[in-house]
Design a binder for this molecule. Structure first.
Ligand code: NDP
Length: 341
């Protein structure tokens, strides 16, 4: 059983040397007397939150999202797999599932509440790591529950071509909004406009003044800012919010691993303009999953939502693919295919 294990806890951004591929043996059967599901992993998902679990946190740290990874053990994240053996009453061998699994070829999943059956097998299975999985649910619930968009609203999305951002932009268009995205390369800016239907987009790396870029693309201001990056982009967006606007704070990838986080200066704007700035954690929104899955599967089948994935082959590619998220190497949802059936 080949697996990606954490070699040491990370400060700053992770490197390939923080992880290693090791091989051990696993019995391909659920041990007698245990309620568990043995999963053959097909697709591993690379998600920015894994960075947080690669660090050592103090006991009781209130910012912790999930327990730290254990050194020497397979890293854990969402994935798609096939059930090989099961003592769970609702899962049997051959079922396709998505949920929390290991970064390894086979995982004995004991926390079976984090596994779900895949309902839309007619769609690519890898979509359950992205548009039909946790990032899609994040886009859907954070945009609608926190952003509260109305038809005609001006929406700004950062990290706009990524797993979450590409879904937010397209949902915003379906909701009848005017949508602008920012991304880190000209190739991604073209994707935003040509593939995902953004009304306008800019490359935040080549703009010398983020405020000027926002004023150019959104001359009347922003009603909803879907923030995935924090830092200077958040600061520029705050200054440009319209009265009664909403900032849905989904992520702050520009700040992960920084010793000295960026000091946001324009927070005072939220008072006079009565802007609501609200943090989001998808853990509180899985109750919406069933409704979300049906709605999103329908949009994909009707061609209303387009999906761009960055699929690499082989478990050996997983460490570099995860690291690539923090420099924007991925174009679309980053997935690692480790088996095809
Ligand atoms: P993406 O697929 O968008 O990949 C990450 C992208 O972030 C990169 O491709 C890059 O795009 C951008 N990026 C990396 N470093 C920087 C930087 N320094 N400044 C600006 N942009 C940067 O990832 P996801 O869609 O999976 O996640 C997007 C955000 O949503 C993350 O912040 C993540 O933590 C958050 N999230 C939050 C959840 C929650 O429950 N709160 C759940 C899921 C995700 P580019 O080339 O355009 O810069």
């Amino acid at each position: 059983n080949k697996k990606v294990v954490l070699r040491r806890y990370v400060t700053g951004l992770p490197t390939e040397e923080d992880m290693e591929i090791v091989v051990d043996t696993i019995v391909l059967r659920v041990p007698a007397g245990q309620t568990a599901v043995l999963v053959k992993n097909l697709y591993l998902s690379c998600d920015p939150w894994m960075r947080d679990r690669m660090s050592k946190h103090d006991d009781g740290d209130p910012t912790v999202l999930a327990p730290d990874f254990v050194i020497g053990e397979a890293m854990v994240n969402f994935g798609v797999g096939k059930v090989i053996d099961s003592t769970h009453p609702e899962l049997t061998a051959g079922d396709l599932v998505w949920g929390m699994s290991g970064w390894e070829e086979y995982t004995l999943v004991t926390q079976t509440e984090y596994l779900s059956k895949i309902n839309h097998k007619e769609l690519p299975l890898s979509y359950y790591t992205g548009v039909l999985g946790m990032p899609g649910l994040t886009a859907f619930s954070c945009f609608f529950e926190l952003g509260k968009p109305k038809k005609g609203d001006f929406v700004f999305v950062s990290a706009a071509s990524g797993a979450v951002g590409q879904v937010v932009g397209q949902l915003a268009k379906i909701a009848g909004c005017f949508v602008v995205g920012s991304a880190g390369s000209d190739e991604k800016v073209s994707l935003l406009k040509d593939k995902f239907g953004y009304d306008d987009a800019f490359n935040y790396r080549s703009e010398t003044d983020l405020g000027a870029a926002l004023r150019r693309c959104l001359p009347d201001g922003i009603d909803v800012y879907f923030d995935s990056v924090g830092g200077a982009t958040l600061d520029a967006a705050l200054l440009h919010m319209r009265h009664g606007g909403r900032v849905a704070v989904c992520g702050m990838i520009s700040q992960y691993g920084l010793e000295e986080p960026y000091g946001v200066r324009n927070l005072y704007c939220i008072i006079g303009k009565t802007v609501r700035v609200e943090g989001f954690n998808v853990n509180g929104y899985f109750h919406l999953y069933t409704r979300f899955e049906e709605e999103m599967a329908g949009y994909i089948k009707d061609g209303k939502v387009t999906v761009v994935e960055d699929v690499v082959e082989g478990i050996e590619s997983a460490p570099a693919s995860l690291i690539g998220l923090f420099s924007g190497r991925n174009v679309g949802k980053q997935v690692v295919a480790i088996a095809h059936s």
